[in-house]
Design a protein around this ligand. Structure first.
Ligand code: CP3
Length: 349
């Protein structure tokens, strides 16, 4: 069954009035849910992703528990690179770790074009199961943006300083561009695969783009992200673009071609709106405010809603992913509260 074309989430992504303010949470599936830990057990995320029934069930868990307006496909941004044979693993408590980081031109040979039917048939299979189960609720597909995936491949592990990545970008700009171009092709193939299998919207995660100044982002990163957005435009699904610490580059991230720009909690939503004119916005509750209990969380949710002021084109979300120790009951209350008190009809709040 296809999702309703006028589902509040899709309406909001298109900047149109909706019945209510739609809400979902980045990283809504995962360790904060007891049912996740129970079902997944000791299976690593990368093995779970290759099992369509399991991956679909892990995707559905937060949808059932929270009543969020959209599901996000359970996978990871390094899955396509792993599928084409670039040795990369996710180490518990650390994050993505590459056996042999990307450092020279010869490493480009380790990144062939992704052929989804051949390299990752389980992805389309999981999407098909989900579209069936979700009924009229949309599924969000996603990919890592070229820069953020490159940072893992080049560093070989999560980094705070991006030393190797920036060294390559400034010292060997042609190699860096060739890598990002290759990663753009991989993201395009992966997103097209998810959309043709039934995903109703996509998010490009450039989580670590906030490590760059506007001119550096514009020169070295934006053209590759734009290539991704342009290459899926014909499929006509809403495109969301998100990163952390991106206050200074929000306008550029919008220019890359997204319909919706994700805002982290550092930029008040009303200020963010002025930086991405004409775009819908997604965000931006501080995920850590939930640790302060319900009253503090409710006040923070109300503040986000008030700053949007009832304008159409707001997808409520956290400013980054759900933190592992989050109390799921508080997130459930957030969803109810947004549904009850959010205004998305364009009338002034
Ligand atoms: O949002 C969802 O619920 C869907 C699933 C999803 C995962 N990763 C599952 C996951 C999504 C959308 C991602 C994207 C992702 N992966 C990003 C972009 C989002 C962001 O956080 O900015 C990034 C940077 C990654 C890379 C990555 N994968 C990191 C940094 C980690 C954390 C390592 C850790 O253990 O804390 C992962 C692992 C990961 N990805 C887990 C999950 C559920 C945890 C591993 C597990 O539960 O076994």
């Amino acid at each position: 069954m296809a999702p309703r074309p006028d589902h509040p989430f899709l309406q909001a992504c298109r900047g149109l009035p909706a019945e209510h303010v739609p809400v979902w949470f980045m990283r809504q599936a995962g360790r904060s849910l007891p049912e996740y830990n129970q079902l997944k057990g000791d299976v690593s995320i990368l093995d779970a992703v290759e099992q369509p029934e399991l991956a679909a069930e892990l995707t559905m868990q937060p949808v059932r528990r929270y009543g969020v307006d959209a599901a996000i496909f359970y996978s990871d941004i390094v899955v396509p690179a792993r599928a084409i044979g670039f040795g990369i693993d996710i180490v518990a408590g650390v994050g993505p770790v590459a056996e042999q980081p990307f450092r020279t031109e010869e490493d480009l040979e380790r990144l062939p074009v992704l052929v989804p039917e051949e390299h990752s048939p389980y992805i389309a299979e999981t999407v098909r199961i989900l579209v069936d189960e979700l009924g009229d609720r949309p599924l969000i597909g996603f990919a890592g943006a070229p820069f953020t995936v490159a940072s893992y491949l080049i560093e070989g592990r999560p980094s705070r300083t991006y030393e190797h990545t920036k060294r390559m970008m400034f010292a060997e700009p042609e190699l860096f561009a060739a890598l990002l171009d290759r990663l753009a092709d991989i993201a395009i193939a992966s997103l097209r695969d998810q959309i043709t299998a039934g995903a109703s919207a996509v998010q490009l995660f450039d989580s670590w783009a906030g490590a760059l100044s506007p001119p550096v982002y514009e020169r070295h990163v934006l053209p590759h992200s734009r290539k991704v957005f342009d290459a899926i435009a014909d499929l006509d699904v809403p495109r969301i673009h998100f990163g952390v610490g991106t206050g200074e580059i929000l306008g550029l991230m919008g220019d890359a071609g997204a319909d919706v720009v994700g805002i982290d909690w550092r930029v008040p939503l009303d200020v963010a709106r002025t930086r991405v004119p004409g775009k819908a916005v997604q965000g931006n509750l501080d995920p850590a405010v939930t640790f302060a209990g319900w009253d503090a969380t409710r006040d923070a949710v109300d503040d986000v809603l008030a700053r949007n002021g009832g304008r159409p084109g707001h997808v409520f979300n956290l400013g980054h992913g759900v933190l592992p120790n989050t109390d799921p009951d508080i997130l459930a209350r957030v969803v109810d509260h947004v549904h009850e008190h959010g205004r998305a009809d364009g009338a002034t709040a």
